[in-house]
Write a protein that binds this ligand. Sequence first.
Ligand SMILES: Nc1nc2c(ncn2[C@@H]2O[C@H](COP(=O)(O)OP(=O)(O)OP(=O)(O)O)[C@@H](O)[C@H]2O)c(=O)[nH]1
Ligand SMILES: [Mg+2]
Length: 377
Amino acid sequence: MGGNMMYSMGIIGLPNVGKSTLFNALTQAAAAAANYPFCTIEPNIGIVPIPDQRLNQIGDVVRPEKLTPSAIQFIDIAGLVRGASRGEGLGNQFLGHVREVDALVHVIRCFADDNVSHVEGNLEPLRDRGIVETELLLADLQTLEKRQARASRYLKTGEEKHKIELRLIENAMEQLNQGVPARNLTLKSDEQSLLAEFHLLTSLPVLYCANVSAEELADILDGDGTGPCSRHYEALRQAAQEEGAGCVAIAAQLEAELQELDEEERQEFLTELGIPDAGLDRLVRAAYEQLDLVTFYTVKGPETRAWIIPRGTKAPQAAGRIHSDMERGFIRAEVLSADELIESGSFARARDAGILRSEGKEYEVQDGDVMLIRFNV
Ligand SMILES: Nc1nc2c(ncn2[C@@H]2O[C@H](COP(=O)(O)OP(=O)(O)OP(=O)(O)O)[C@@H](O)[C@H]2O)c(=O)[nH]1
Ligand SMILES: [Mg+2]
């Protein structure tokens, strides 16, 4: 991707829960949105542009040759089964593909359908969630064991940092063994950044995606569902809430069918079913809200473009989303808010008016920031 580190989400879950159905619906919708520079890297990696009203307003001011929305990259991997971390099924080898994503979408089957087999024999979303979570924990424990062996070897050098690392690894292993995901560990900030280097799967924020039946979707969204699928969804939603994770209801099959229709038919169909918006919009909105994402903008040269990052990202790492050279050689950023730019009428006028701020390496990028990044190659 030419150094491009687009915000990415890995789609995980048991086999046959609707991951690929969801993925196909997402990417078809993206393809239909047309004006995005589509790059298919592999068939199971798809890019979904994010509609952004603020970007259009910035475009009206800057009048660039090209206006590029931000996008989320979704990666669809094979289903995980019990024992995946020991090599069962295809899951384990594919876990490597989601190790460096920004977040996970954990698809959980809540729909009943006798024609679609369930690896565990019956419908039980909370158990299914537990199976997948356990596999992620076991995979992380393997990662930590390897790190432990390495850190132990380096201990002989007598360097303090290896002692610190080993203590962190042992602490993390103890917690993970008790079922605590790495994202819930209480750590000091230097430990936090050390742990981040291990790319543990349970460090990643997770958004649960309940794959529900189309018949019950409207009731579930209204919060007054009483059917079997609604009960499964409610149990999952509560469990998600307890662990501070987001949960969104999607009818993957319906989403796939919606992609077969043209815009007008689609709206009619949704209205008929009593559903306010397409699931893809709901999923993207949930990701944005639950995973605490922000958008910043670049307006340099012919292209004005939006970029998604997790809240709290510092300026050099934000620049690294654009190009790794920009992170490595980061000097400073000239920053103003989208509103300030829109009010000023042009970037040059904002500069003349002294609105541009100069921010350094410790600056946390804010939602709506327009940035001109200064860097050395
Ligand atoms: N009734 C119903 N069937 C669904 C739904 N979503 C997916 N399916 C069906 O379930 C089967 C499996 O769907 P996939 O999307 O391939 O499942 P997957 O999670 O990608 O499975 P693996 O790649 O094997 O892990 C297919 O026959 C789908 O048509 C749904 O919302 N309702
Ligand atoms: Mg699949």
